[in-house]
Design a protein around this ligand. Sequence first.
Ligand code: S3P
Length: 742
Amino acid sequence: MVSSEPLFKRVAVIGLGLIGGSLACAIRRNGLAGTVVGADQRIEELQLGKELGVIDQAASNVSEAVQGADLVVLAVPVRATRAVLEQIRPVLEPDAILTDVGSTKSSFVTDVEAVFGSLSPRVIPGHPIAGSEKSGIRAANPELFANHKVILTPPDNVSQPHLARLKELWEGCGATVLTMSVAYHDEVLAATSHLPHLIAFSLVDTLAGEDENMDIFRYAAGGFRDFTRIAASDPVMWHDIFLSNRDAVLRVIDHFTHDLEQLRTAIANQDSATLLRVFSRAKAAREHFSKMLSGQAYVTNNSEKQVTFRLQPGGAITGDIRAPGDKSMSHRSIMLGALAEGITEVKGFLEGEDSLATLQAFRDMGVTIEGPEDGFVRIHGVGMHGLQAPRGPLYLGNSGTAMRLFAGLLAAQPFDSELTGDASLSGRPMGRVAEPLRAMGAVIDTAEGGRPPLKIRGGQKLSGIHYEMPVASAQVKSCLLLAGLYAEGSTSVTEPAPTRDHTERMLAGFGYHVHRDGATASVSGGGKLTATNIDVPADISSSAFFLVAASIAPGSDLILRHVGMNPTRVGVINILNQMGASIEVLDEREIGGEPVADLRVRSAELQGIDIPEDQVPLAIDEFPVLFIAAACANGRTVLRGAEELRVKESDRIQVMADGLAALGVETTVTPDGIIIDGGQTIGGGTVNSHGDHRIAMSFAVASLRAVGEITVTDCANVATSFPGFVELAQGTGINISAEGAE
Ligand code: S3P
């Protein structure tokens, strides 16, 4: 192999401790520099560095190391930085990059400015978030940075080519590089690294000072050992870090001391609600911390996970299954349970990312929520006026329902709030809720075109309005009814066509009167909610994938249990029945104010139909999979009046048409619908689901009638509404496997 030029000719690493040594080693191992030269005033460390093969050359002093280097890395204790910079200054090559690896960045910048007079575009402070309680060159490990993050805090005028090279160096050592401002870095590190070290040092020191310390340490079990591991870190290094990041550390210590004092008071007062609230919020945060953004959100941007479905063609659907809980009801159970007086217990809660985002957002507003565990959640309601200001933006992931319903609730709270979401949600229209809420007196800012984030100003007095909805949207209706709970007078909403009425039913279940007059629902503000128990049925929208699967796959016979049969949701069954499906409704019953039934579905010859427009809002989420049914039917299916599909998690008309086309099925897209001629061969191919959960699952169903392998990309968001879809689908006979799933 022809060896190419290394990224740097000569890298000088000043300070051969754990980080400096590991970086030198990683650079050598990965061939990122012609020569790695080390300098350290501790002669033995330097010699050891050479002997262990950590460096190519040992320089007798800093100037010798820096001369001719195109990258200089300072890896000395933070407080030694200035003195080393003085030695570097006269010999630093004009085009060299100067960086460091220290835990505090403003002190490095201050030192550079003091020594050099200004921050040149080639000074790029850095901080690898990697390390260990071990120190010294003997602990040097070329793998130390693999799969770790490195933060660079470049100045505004940074030289972009130099920044790109430094990034490439860290990436070459296996790290992921993030950039942020110096101030933000120091705040974040004070909280996530410096405070925990301080607490560990302090706790061990406190216990070591107790008379029975020997016994304490002898009996100290795993918890103590885990928690205090970092108290064995290098004292000089940490001394330097605390002194140089003083202000940010003091802020976070004050915050922590305040919260610790609160826990002390709670224990003293036997205040179990506070203890449970804090512990369950912390447990949830710990379990999901890798997914969390700045301690606030439950989910991160799903695009970070890449999940691909692979489907082998054919199969028949059999079995007896229950789909996960209804998403719409799961969101609402948390919202109303949180605002109720008393404890609400929920069974069958959907543990999908969307409803979990709602759950986490209420925890962030001070509500104690136990669970979820196997679909069981216990919510300690705080009453209509008991929510607390969240510490940061509420991140709602992929969930349009959460964002729109929260908008109504938060518009009426005494505190400000901000609602954010992932890329898909950030492109969805929120003007449809912001405008009527403004008419009620809310103060809401949106990004351009009425898109998220929503910035909601608290402390506004809302007044009831009458609103004629221009689109048939249960989310808009629900948003306004929730705002109406807090508004002066009556808030009424008229819908152009019936939409799901879970909000109205559940409000009634919590003892809040909702008046219904034809197409108009209204509430009067100022009432209260009383806790109740909720049994969430299986989501008909998730069940729909299996209704279609069993209908189109020859030889199928499937039972779906405990399916929510709310009349405002059964459009999919009405449409499939009209197409000639064989769906038996068994054991119809009412549970907690919602109709529920078991369904038996067997394969049938489906016929294309003109889908009645009045069914569109009643089957709004089921069209992607209904398009698959249409592709497998005899004759033509025509959908009209469904432009709403274009503003769902994706443009579901276009994305479905593109996916079908990728499999060789031609359709005609219209502004408000689609025309599908059934009976075309469904070939193999690759379909991009565009991160839309329902598109991904629909093409999994299509495989049952395909003649070749189907690959569906960008499927991580299936977890938003249907956790366990792949396993359930496999169990019924879909030949599916998922790659890249967590
Ligand atoms: C939902 C309403 C529907 C639906 C969404 C859930 C709800 O949206 O598409 O998945 O829970 O209220 P629109 O009301 O905007 O059509």
